[in-house]
Design a protein around this ligand. Structure first.
Ligand SMILES: Nc1ncnc2c1ncn2[C@@H]1O[C@H](COP(=O)(O)OP(=O)(O)OP(=O)(O)O)[C@@H](O)[C@H]1O
Length: 410
């Protein structure tokens, strides 16, 4: 920036006592003329300074506007790979594009290789993101020792057996599988209506095998920043490696693995990238140690066949709503800690609960208990169960998933 020239010297008036009147008058006139010149020059400078002030204010306004735009526009996620004298080498998540970008002096000291950053359309680093463990913690549920056991699950004994064979046996008898040369299934896909015990099953396997249970909802994987879904998938598998033996449970897998549609929105592309990352993690599964992967969906019909190929989710287990015997068992399980009157016959009750899922039956039992509590009784009666059933069935549609109520058709 050019420096402003120094101010003009203040004109001086030198009057000699020996001057004649005429000479004094002439000196005063010249002084006056210089004063007017200096004044004009200063006026001129003031005008220019004001114009420059206006220019600068314009620049400030423009920067403020751009700043606002940056704050409100979407940002992409990238990881800092290297810091060089020419700037930072960053790799954008999702498309893995590597870019060398300038780093503003504001962020220079904050940035380290490995940091996750948010970048704008011009790849300029806007902010350094929090530690990734935060993102992991938000998106994943990690339970070092879940408490659900196989005995807590009613009405789906065949499915429990199949899951044990496919998931538990390879974890417990890894050596034997290797010795015999049998490849255990890579991934198990549980499919069936909501509330039938799919999550319980995955938790019970983790419990029985002393494995860490790591749950991620498919909807979480697609709701994050662009590029974040694929990253979360990597994090998910990395975390499982750190914690092995581990059971990875991906709920609502249809959110990431739905059939391709014709629409080409960036959201779809993002979901595709997340699915590709998931598939590539599963394809590299052999090198992984004691990690088993279970996914679940209520929308089997929507799944992209790519995820069902051998080596991926190649063991499909349907988890249906319980039949009458199963419903009776689930009633037993969920009233285990309740004091139930002798007049309650679970076999009869179960007959009338056609179409109820395990979750519906659990809700029914709680509701029956609430009727007893409202009446200040300690024993739950047959009438309480009937009232509970009326309430559940008359209650908000959709809350009950049994036939004729929920929108779900399986
Ligand atoms: N087969 C079952 N036996 C006993 N309880 C069950 C059974 N199925 C569901 N429940 C009850 O319903 C609750 C929800 O079940 P769970 O989360 O396992 O269902 P889900 O099939 O994973 O459902 P969603 O598809 O909605 O995720 C359980 O915590 C349990 O109380």
């Amino acid at each position: 920036m050019s420096r402003s020239p120094s101010l003009p010297d203040r004109p001086r008036l030198d009057l000699d006592p020996d001057m004649s009147e005429a000479e004094r008058l002439e000196a005063l006139r010249q002084h006056f003329t210089r004063l007017v010149q200096v004044n004009d020059e200063l006026d001129d400078r003031l005008d220019r300074a004001e114009a420059r002030g206006d220019d600068l204010q314009g620049e400030v306004d423009e920067l403020k506007r751009r700043n606002e735009a940056l704050k409100t526009s979407s940002l992409y996620i990238a990881t800092v790979e290297e810091l060089t004298a020419d700037g930072a080498v960053i790799k954008q998540h999702g498309n893995n594009q590597e870019v060398l970008t300038d780093v503003s002096s504001r962020l220079e000291d904050e940035l380290d290789p490995g940091d996750r950053v948010a970048i704008n359309d011009s790849f300029s680093v806007q902010t350094v993101l929090d530690d990734e463990t935060d993102a992991r913690a938000q998106a994943m549920e990690v339970d070092a020792s879940p408490e659900v056991t196989y005995d807590d699950i009613g009405g789906i004994d065949d499915q429990v057996r199949e899951v044990r064979e496919a998931v538990e046996a390879p974890l417990v008898n890894a050596e034997q599988f290797r010795a015999v040369g049998v490849e255990p299934p890579s991934g198990v896909l549980l499919h069936g209506p909501p509330g039938t015990g799919k999550t319980m099953l995955a938790k019970a396997v983790a419990n029985e095998t002393d494995a860490t249970f790591i749950k991620m909802a498919g909807s979480e994987l697609v709701r994050k920043f662009i590029g974040e879904g694929a990253r979360l998938v990597r994090d998910l598998f990395d975390l499982a490696s750190e914690r092995e033996p581990a059971v990875i449970f991906i709920d609502e897998i249809d959110a990431v693995a739905a059939k391709r549609t014709d629409s080409k929105t960036s959201g779809d592309a993002e979901v595709q990238r997340t699915m590709m990352q998931l598939l590539s993690e599963m394809d590299g599964f052999d090198e992984r140690g004691e990690i088993r992967i279970i996914a679940a969906t209520n929308r089997f019909d929507m799944l992209d066949e790519a995820i069902l190929r051998p080596g991926r989710f190649d063991r499909l287990i349907e988890v249906p709503k319980p039949a009458v015997g199963g419903r009776e068992r689930i009633l037993d399980i969920h009233t285990d800690d309740m004091t139930v009157d002798d007049d309650v016959a679970f076999a009869d009750l179960a007959e009338g609960l056609d179409g109820y899922s395990g979750a519906d039956i659990a809700a029914l039992c709680t509701e029956a208990g609430m009727f007893a509590i409202r009446d200040e009784r300690t024993t739950v009666t047959r009438q309480d169960f009937e009232d509970a059933r009326d309430k559940v069935e008359a209650g908000d549609e959709g809350a009950v998933t049994h036939d004729g109520f929920g929108a779900y058709q399986y």
